[in-house]
Design a protein around this ligand. Structure first.
Ligand code: AVJ
Length: 332
């Protein structure tokens, strides 16, 4: 019996042309920007793992504590036969969910969705070896583009989107993603969302500008990714790390700041990018939420909040598909 399978919807060629397109647009703009998904090559993923262990970066520990405390109750409510995990990354989060299933037997199927095929393979095989799940059906795909490719449900479904990854998306992209999530759910299915909460600016700033400089290295790593992918000659050390809390927009903004006037060449794009001293590349937004903002955001996507567990400045929101709204009758 085949217990691990992977459907591949993004290959290296597709990833490379998406990178080329995004960099051409982002670095060609008057206010330069880059999408945060390009942080995560092998080095960037390792740096992110180090970030999760920093004293200032409370998010991962807070979410883990919430999962340890409440996963049994959450899964008792959702009673899933399968878990679809978006932007799965490391198996640490789903492992906590599986541990909470004890007694009700192994999960029939785990469907992780992520662009990193090798990470999915390692995580999938490890989870199968641990016995918490019968079958892993990995979907190598971009969760912002390919949620339509998730295989049909194999039973009652829980879609999980943890780690506050949703916070990287702006309001328009969040809405589109939540609509896609809604269409993955049938009656009786659930959506579990992990979100970071609005809190003191000092704590937020420290979490994104740690004393050991790991977040700075993580931020600069995106320039190495571009150098390798597009034949660039960025000197990552010529950029400083800058993080600011934007209270109006409820987001932490991360930037790279050019230390001097200089020009960078991107061979694969035949593009020269000029920087002035102090000019920035906006590399990430990390939106922060409240219970009210989460409830409203879910609501406009056809999802209804049914459970809210918060602590340590973080929250787990459990939602179900809202009843279809009645069709508006024709005016007489
Ligand atoms: C993985 C998107 C949740 O926004 O906190 C960590 C990435 N950026 N430090 C976050 C990140 C800077 C992280 N997420």
């Amino acid at each position: 019996m085949i217990r691990y399978r992977a459907d591949v919807h993004v290959d290296d060629g597709a990833l490379k042309s998406a990178l080329a397109e995004d960099v051409r647009r982002g670095l060609g703009a008057r206010e330069k920007w880059l999408p945060p998904k390009y942080f995560y090559d092998a080095a960037g993923s390792a740096l992110f793992e180090r970030i999760t262990e920093l004293p200032e970066y409370y998010l991962t520990r807070a979410e883990q504590a919430l999962l340890d405390a409440h996963a049994t109750a959450i899964l008792g409510e959702a009673r899933p036969a399968e878990i679809v995990e978006l932007g799965a990354g490391s198996p640490a989060k789903v492992r906590r969910l599986l541990a909470a299933l004890n007694g009700t037997g192994p999960l029939a199927r785990y469907v992780p969705v992520d662009v990193d095929a090798s990470m999915l393979g390692r995580a999938g095989r490890a989870l199968l070896g641990e016995g918490g799940v019968d079958e892993v059906h990995a979907v190598v795909a971009d969760f912002e583009r390919h949620l339509g490719r998730v295989p049909p449900a194999a039973g009652r479904r829980l879609v999980a989107f943890l780690g506050s990854t949703l916070g990287n998306l702006d309001a328009t992209a969040r809405h589109a993603l939540l609509r896609d999530v809604r269409s993955l759910l049938g009656p009786g299915d659930h959506f579990l969302l992990g979100v970071d909460l609005v809190k003191s600016p000092c704590m937020l700033h420290a979490a994104y500008d740690d004393a050991a400089g790991v977040t700075a290295a993580f931020n600069r790593n995106i320039l190495h990714v571009i150098n390798r992918g597009l034949g660039g000659d960025f000197d990552a050390e010529a950029f400083g790390h800058y993080a600011r809390w934007n209270a109006e927009e409820a987001r932490v903004e991360m930037h790279l700041v050019a230390a001097a006037d200089h020009t960078v060449c991107l061979r694969a794009l035949d593009m020269a990018v000029a920087f002035e001293t102090g000019e920035t590349i906006w590399t990430e937004s990390a939106y922060k939420f409240t219970r009210a903002s989460v409830e409203a955001m879910l609501d406009t996507a056809g999802l209804r909040l049914v459970r809210w567990d918060s602590g340590g400045g973080f929250a787990l929101a459990l939602a179900v598909p809202a009843r279809a709204t009645a069709a508006v009758p024709h005016a007489a």
